[in-house]
Design a protein around this ligand. Structure first.
Ligand code: SF4
Length: 120
């Protein structure tokens, strides 16, 4: 059975939109509750090495659902399109979550809400 994973992407940690949250608490909280099979953090998925990271991560058939919490969902879809295509990853298995300007608990709630919506 494929895995369900979460990546946080936070504009190198320097963008004000991500300064109001504790990114490690978000990841740890979701780990503790076993919401995902794996979680990870990348500073800038839309950079060249971010593309490479995504390609390596999604290659093969191991990931069923990849959630990315970061910037605008449509921006994510555009920016990750080539990496997913090159890796043969079905783009409909990517689920973006816009967490800009949220606090820690708001981010956790938004991510869990999307997971709940998808499972009902
Ligand atoms: S993918 Fe979005 S959140 Fe990540 S670095 Fe690029 S603009 Fe920022």
């Amino acid at each position: 059975m494929g895995k369900k994973g979460l990546l946080l992407c936070v504009c190198q940690g320097t963008c004000p939109s991500f300064q109001g949250m504790d990114i490690f608490e978000i990841l740890n909280s979701l780990r503790r509750e076993k919401v995902f099979d794996f979680v990870g953090l990348h500073p800038q998925l839309c950079a060249d090495d971010g593309d490479e990271f995504l390609k390596v991560l999604v290659a093969g058939e191991k990931i069923d659902e990849l959630y990315v919490a970061g910037c605008d969902i449509r921006m994510q879809q555009k920016m990750f399109r080539d990496a997913f295509e090159n890796a043969g990853f079905d783009r409909t298995r990517h689920f973006g979550i816009d967490i800009r300007n949220m606090k820690t608990e708001q981010v956790i709630d938004a991510i869990k809400k999307l997971i709940e919506e998808k499972s009902t």
